[in-house]
Design a protein around this ligand. Structure first.
Ligand code: HMG
Ligand code: MG
Length: 298
């Protein structure tokens, strides 16, 4: 069966914007987040406290976060290490995410670490975040395929998931960073995670639409009991450290499917579409989302 309600974890302001070439003014980012909240999204990933040289677009995190932190929604932020956690704590963040990789190639490209070194870097972050009463998400990238290594064995993904869980992550987000997953592969991974004792209600899915599979993959995950889905307003984004990572699943496309299935999201699709049309105007190019194009007149 399908769930009655799905929580959308909106990543447009972080995963979406981190890949933009031109620097987006901080005020535009803050307004984007306000409008997303106004459209009914309850979890809006705000920014990353990473090294500013690695992701220059998000170098304004110290300025942005105080502009949005009083909006009454969850505002998770990415923190790669203790330095990132310190920065997030100093500004009153309540939800953080670490971001691991199932493959060595991407761990190196994204974190300048081996998989083991990256997990060793995250362990004290998760421990301290939990001590501070924060909610901790563990992202896992390259859960299906990797641009350097090809298809990623399910067992390799499950092993890193277990380690993130054992470290104390409240939720795991399974990333198809380069969008190569297909529904059978999604079902195989979720089944293997079940067998490894990772509870499905602590899992989220994070699909990219590179090969047009993101909605089909989402439906497979919902049929398996997943109720948290990551998406990016207007289909913005990709990852600067993964070649061939194109747009995320568009939130509007996701909402269209979920509402069509009678699944509640709390999102007002008209207001969300208007937000993406507005942001596309700010960025100077149309949204790649099919639903935004169909409804938004853009
Ligand atoms: P490194 O170069 O190995 O850093 O980078 P280091 O630990 O050797 O430190 C070097 C310097 O950086 C030091 O300064 C640190 O203080 C400073 P120095 O002493 O030389 O003056 N530094 C920091 N400054 C500010 N904030 C920090 C910080 N950390 C160190 N947090 C590091 C290692 C992890 C920092 C770097 O690789 C990094 O920032 N990576 C982030 C990459 C990133 O954000 N990628 C995108 C997000 S992941 C993604 O998009 C995938 C996802 O969407 C899921 C999916 O689709 O798969 C989540
Ligand atoms: Mg992503």
């Amino acid at each position: 069966g399908l769930p009655a309600r799905v929580r959308i974890h909106e990543v447009g302001a972080r995963d979406g914007l981190q890949n933009e070439q031109g620097v987006v003014p901080t005020e535009v980012k803050a307004e984007f987040i306000r409008r997303l909240a106004g459209a009914g999204l309850s979890t809006i990933e705000a920014t990353s406290f990473v090294h500013p040289k690695w992701v220059p677009q998000l170098a304004d995190a110290e300025k942005l976060f105080p502009m949005v932190r009083d909006i009454p929604v969850g505002l998770p932020v990415l923190v790669p290490n203790e330095r990132g956690l310190d920065r997030a704590l100093a500004l009153g963040a309540r939800e953080v995410a670490v971001f691991a990789s199932a493959t060595e190639s991407f761990a190196k490209a994204n974190l300048n670490r081996t998989v083991d070194e990256a997990l060793a870097m995250f362990a004290p972050v998760v421990t301290r975040a939990v001590e501070h009463g924060l909610t901790v998400r563990g992202y896992l990238s390259m859960c299906f395929g990797d641009p350097w290594e090809g298809p990623v064995p399910v067992g390799q993904v499950v092993a890193v998931c277990r380690r993130l869980k054992d470290m104390g992550c409240d939720e795991l987000s399974l990333g198809d960073t380069i969008g190569v997953a297909t529904p059978g592969h999604v079902t195989r991974l979720l089944t293997a995670l079940n067998e490894a004792g990772v509870p499905t209600d602590t899992l989220a899915v994070h699909f990219h639409d590179t090969y047009g599979q993101a909605l089909a993959n989402t439906l497979a995950a919902l049929q398996h009991g997943v109720t948290t889905v990551d998406a990016s307003a207007g289909g913005l984004g990709g990852c600067p450290y993964a070649k061939s990572a194109t747009g995320n699943l568009a939130t509007e496309d996701l909402v269209w499917m979920l509402h069509g299935l009678g699944i509640e999201t709390g999102v007002d699709l008209g207001r969300l579409t208007a937000t993406s049309v507005w942001l596309a105007g700010q960025l100077g190019r149309p949204s790649p989302s099919r639903t935004v194009r169909a409804l938004g007149g853009a």
